[in-house]
Design a protein around this ligand. Structure first.
Ligand code: PAF
Length: 281
């Protein structure tokens, strides 16, 4: 497995693969890899000839009061996961090589970035869109693999790929959960034992909403009410947002029709967790 921090090296390597007609998949990450990431890499390996994984804790997508400095960075363990899952290259640029002095450009996907997580984390999705466009320009893969866990991020990056004619297939991959229902996340490492025991309540709340959607006479408001009421039963959680949206627009639907999804973010202690659940009527 090629391990490199140098942008020109990864571009050259992928260029050589492409020149030989090989299909290249790309899994961008911020490291602290868990089974969710491993499942993305496995899928990319199954569907491509070569897979590049990037590890870059992107300062541009963290707010001033967020967890950039304490974000976990277990590089050796991450490299072992990439190797085990069959990645051909691990790319881990430094912040200085990504954002050289004088860097001024930002990429904004309007109308999707300000909603939900974007309302609580201003500038977050601008940072995500900017770094992912840079990574795609450096790596030049055929396909980009992203988890549905960050459903809003996936929608925004799909839009980015279409709007800017990036010529990359964006592949959304199923969210992976612990056996008790908690969505896997690098931030789960921050939870105390008590918080970890309480954390599956977020998923339970979304499931309660999805169940309500199947009840005769249910509507968008009753679905959201049911999910919020279930979340309120877990006193350790403080809701950031919990909404029902149309999967295409990320806006509240007028009726229980089409492809809908419950999206939620909630604080447990100092940790903010996100989750989502498809709602099929
Ligand atoms: O989902 C993530 O880990 C990050 O937002 C991403 C896509 C790697 C961009 O930094």
């Amino acid at each position: 497995m090629l391990v490199t921090a140098v942008p020109s090296r990864i571009s050259k390597e992928v260029g050589a693969w492409r020149g030989r007609g090989l299909r290249v998949g790309f899994v961008p990450t911020m490291g602290a890899l868990h089974e969710g990431h491993a499942s993305l890499i496995r899928r990319a390996v199954a569907e491509n000839d070569r897979v590049v994984v990037s590890i870059f804790v992107n300062p541009l997508q963290f707010g001033p009061k967020e967890d950039l400095s304490r974000y976990p960075r277990p590089f050796a363990a991450d490299a072992a996961v990439c190797r085990r899952e069959g990645a051909a290259a691990l790319y881990h640029p430094s912040p200085e090589s990504m954002y050289a002095p004088g860097f001024r450009t930002r990429v904004e996907v309007e109308g999707l970035s300000e909603l939900h997580c974007g309302a609580s984390r201003p500038g977050h999705f601008r940072g995500v869109a900017t770094v992912v466009l840079k990574l795609l320009n450096q790596v030049r893969p055929h396909a980009l693999y992203l988890g549905e866990k960050d459903f809003q991020q996936l929608s925004i990056l799909r839009r980015l790929a279409v709007d800017l004619d990036l010529g990359v297939d964006v592949v959304g991959c199923r969210l992976v959960r612990a056996p008790d229902g908690l969505a896997l996340s690098s931030r789960n490492a921050y939870l105390s034992e008590e918080e970890r025991r309480a954390a599956p309540a977020l998923h339970a709340a979304l499931r309660a909403g999805a169940r309500e959607a199947r009840r005769r006479g249910a509507g968008p408001a009753s679905v959201v009410r049911a999910a919020r009421a279930e979340l309120a039963r877990e006193r350790l959680f403080r809701r950031d947002y919990l909404v029902l949206v149309d999967e295409g627009t990320l806006l509240p639907p007028p009726a229980l029709q089409g492809k809908l999804r419950l999206l939620a973010a909630a604080w447990i202690g100092n940790t903010r967790l996100i989750d989502n659940q498809p709602v099929r009527v």
